[in-house]
Design a protein around this ligand. Structure first.
Ligand code: FAD
Length: 320
């Protein structure tokens, strides 16, 4: 049985979790796939049936309302043992990246992080994952009985494949834990997560200062997108948070439309956005490497081009 640890956000399964679940379905053929949910309430978990879950396991307890590394890792590891899971998948979200290696350690299982390709070789998983900023791929075989892997968001397709989705509630933990997280205060803004955005307008060092990101926000608003950034912009001390960074050490995104403004196209940036369907680059340097990747390139000053695009988008009333 392949278990897939799924995350819920506001009563909906996160897209990255649906991708992991769909991949488990594809890999397992006729074997059982189970979706595992952990939280104070797992309302919304039933949607997993639509994406290929034969079974849906819920572990619900008030103490699981806020994420805690040791508690979640213990609960997930227990569920894998109790259900006889041979493989555990989960999305490489910030939570997944934190908890899944811990679960693997508890299960004495091999772990492959941020995989971009999975296959079954006999009864075991085989994974491929990018290394050296995406310049090469490593193939990972597991020696352990149980195999654990996190799937890179926006790489696998979330495909509907309706199954029974029989729901079972597993016992909540009764162990005493060293720390219980009482509350997590989210940073304000409530903006859509970059990894789940369909349209992204990103800015780099060419923006010259943080204040100028307002130009990108105006364009993003006009076309129903969110704003991202290069590491140079994040590191420049302009008040651009790391959560907006796209790239090897930021987020991996694959929107339908990615507009790179004043971004040169360094390999570490490209590692995070090359999966975008349509890439538009705005750069005043015609030799900028980003143009090699772009579907559409505008050689020009972003301070002139971006406001023009915003004006045109508003005139066309392009809203998502
Ligand atoms: C281990 C490691 C990890 C890294 N991880 C990341 C990562 O996750 N994400 C990331 O982005 N980078 C990452 N980097 C940094 C990366 O190597 C580059 O330094 C960075 O991406 C450059 O950002 P940039 O394109 O904004 O700046 P630059 O390379 O300085 O490019 C600025 C561009 O703006 C253009 N420009 C300037 N003015 C204008 C104007 N008025 N109009 C139009 N164009 C203009 C210039 O022609 C230039 O092409 C990493 C580096 C290392 C070593």
């Amino acid at each position: 049985m392949i278990l897939v640890f799924c995350e819920l956000k506001e009563g909906k399964i996160r897209k990255a979790s649906l991708e992991a679940l769909s991949e488990a379905r594809r890999l397992s053929g006729d074997a059982t796939v189970a979706a595992l949910f952990v939280g104070a309430s797992c309302a919304g978990a039933e949607e997993a049936a639509k994406y290929g879950a034969d079974s849906i396991f819920k572990v619900e307890a008030p103490a699981l309302g806020a994420y805690s590394s040791d508690l979640f890792a213990a609960v997930i590891a227990e569920a894998v043992k109790a259900k006889g899971g041979t493989a555990l998948l989960g999305a490489a979200t910030p939570l997944g990246k934190d908890v899944l290696p811990r679960v693997a350690a508890k299960l004495d299982a091999g772990y492959a992080a941020e995989v971009t390709c999975l296959a079954m070789v006999g009864p075991k998983l085989q994974a491929a994952r990018p290394v050296y900023a995406g310049k090469a791929f490593a193939t990972v075989d597991f020696n352990s009985e149980i195999q654990v892997a996190s799937t890179r968001p926006n790489v696998f397709a979330a495909a509907e494949c309706p199954k029974a989705g029989a729901t079972e509630t597993l016992p909540a933990p009764t162990l005493g834990f060293k720390a219980i997280v009482k509350e997590i205060l989210a940073k304000g803004g409530g903006k859509q997560d970059l990894t789940e955005a369909d349209v992204i307008v990103s800015g780099g060092r060419g923006l010259k200062e943080g204040e100028n990101f307002k130009l990108l926000e105006a364009l993003a608003e006009a076309i129903g997108g969110v704003v991202g950034a290069s590491r140079a912009a994040v590191d420049a001390g302009w008040g651009i948070p790391h959560s907006m960074q796209v790239g090897q050490t930021g987020k991996v995104v694959s929107p339908t439309l990615y507009i790179a403004c004043g971004i040169s196209g360094a390999i570490q940036h490209v590692a995070g956005m090359s999966g975008s369907k349509v890439i538009v680059a705005i750069n005043k340097d015609p030799e900028a490497p980003i143009f090699k990747l772009a579907d559409y390139g505008i050689v020009g000053d972003l301070f002139e081009v971006v406001p023009e695009l915003t004006k045109a988008a508003k005139a066309l009333a392009i809203t998502k």
